[in-house]
Design a protein around this ligand. Structure first.
Ligand SMILES: *Cc1c(COP(=O)(O)O)cnc(C)c1O
Length: 396
């Protein structure tokens, strides 16, 4: 069959996006109720969402913020590190996982990925620890939990703090425990392509009261009205003080109403994502030249992303040609991620190619396939058909 990119008819008539939110009538109703209420922001819905989030992940505290990047920024701020301190992270992530380190005047140190499961390589972390290393920010890439027992063991040994970037992994479990209370702080994103959404939104969960209080303070300018924190001064109830330099990273009640409604449905979202992944795994593993991400037995994964890796020597086309051919079949392919230090901004900070060879070679050979709750079975089969069609055409 002629590929759509060569003038043939595409596998699908309509374009299938790689990720998409699912908004239903009850979500809309929840948001409209807030619009008709007294509070648009910093009202009861924020607390209710935080309560729900912490109960869901099983942490003591949760702080909801404006987006996942703000969550990372506040979490790093709460560590109270000194300029020039080093923080270890993975290059196979969205730039925000590393930018949050730079926001605080700290130095990101990239540790290569495990070439099978694509998460930070546990065995390489120690070799990058110096006297200045103060923290690790592992990312649950695609939703698969990192081996947190091993990371916490290293952290304890070297007195490091761990912030788990769980933007992909809400609802995933590690050794039976929910992601969200496994490290010192865990950050989430509720961007529309993630498993649940608030439009823009993020959250931090922690079991540490000290971190929790710092996060609250930094979320709103460093200003507090908490009488205890202000030393119980004899002032009116209007009184507040700025104790630190913070930001306005507050989330609105409008967003949180949507978050509450979305979190109520997370089980069905997760169930469907797992069903889709199961069909993909079954059908795509049969295709010669396709490598799937290794599934570690310690992770019960709710996938945010589904990624195939190509054995490019088996094909007469480049990854980009295959990518474009799939797109022409109306499959919304994407690519996650460009290694963070490839970006010009990082190049200017003197990060050089070659520091994480596995991440670099993964980047050369991957394609992200569509994965979201609203995909019907025919959508899944269209993706599989298109992959078979395109790879069949180009196979040597
Ligand atoms: C989405 C994402 C973020 C940032 O979240 P936003 O809500 O878009 O700010 C951070 N880290 C990773 C790994 C992400 O995928």
């Amino acid at each position: 069959m002629t590929l759509a990119i060569n003038g043939g008819s595409p596998v699908r008539k309509s374009y299938l996006p790689y990720g998409k939110q699912c908004i239903e009538e009850d979500d809309i109703k929840a948001v409209v109720e807030v619009l008709n209420s007294d509070y648009l922001t910093t009202g009861p819905k924020v607390l209710e969402f935080e309560e729900k989030l912490k109960n869901y992940v099983g942490s003591k505290y949760a702080v909801a913020v404006q987006n996942g990047t703000a969550a990372l920024h506040l979490a790093v701020m709460a560590l109270n590190l000194e300029k020039g301190d080093e923080v270890i992270t993975t290059p196979m992530t969205f730039a925000a996982s590393s930018n949050c380190i730079l926001y605080c005047g700290l130095k990101p140190v990239f540790v290569d990925i495990n070439k099978e499961n694509y998460n930070i390589d546990i065995n390489l972390i120690e070799s990058k620890i110096t006297k200045k290393t103060k923290a690790i920010i592992p990312v649950d890439f695609t939703g698969q939990a990192v081996d947190m027992d091993s990371i916490m063991c290293i952290a304890d040994q070297y007195n490091l703090k761990v912030i788990e970037d769980a933007a992909h992994s809400i609802g995933s479990k590690y050794k039976g425990k929910m992601v969200g209370s496994l490290s010192h702080m865990t950050t989430f994103s509720f961007h529309p392509v993630k498993t649940i959404t608030t439009g823009e939104g993020g959250g931090i969960t922690t079991n540490d009261k000290d971190f929790y209080e710092k996060l609250l303070l930094f979320r709103s300018h460093g200003i507090t009205r908490n009488k205890e924190w202000l030393g119980n001064k004899e002032e009116g109830s209007w009184y507040y003080e700025q104790l630190e330099i913070g930001y306005n990273y507050r989330i609105t009640d409008i967003q949180c109403a949507l978050g509450i409604s979305q979190l109520d449905k997370i089980d069905k979202f997760i169930k469907r994502r797992k069903e889709i992944v199961k069909i993909y795994n079954c059908e795509l593993s049969k295709i010669d030249g396709v490598i799937l991400q290794k599934e570690e037995s310690f992770s019960d994964t709710c996938n945010h992303l589904y990624i195939i890796r190509l054995e490019l020597d088996k094909f007469s086309a480049t990854r980009n040609e295959i990518f474009n051919a799939l797109k022409a079949e109306n499959i919304g392919v994407n690519l996650h991620y460009i290694p963070v230090y490839y970006h010009p901004f990082y190049k200017n900070l003197r990060y050089e190619k070659g520091i994480c060879p596995h991440a670099e070679s993964l980047y050369e050979s991957i394609i992200t396939l569509p994965l979201h709750y609203s995909m019907i079975d025919q959508d899944i089969f269209d993706v599989i058909e298109a992959v078979n069609k395109v790879l069949g055409y180009y196979r040597n």
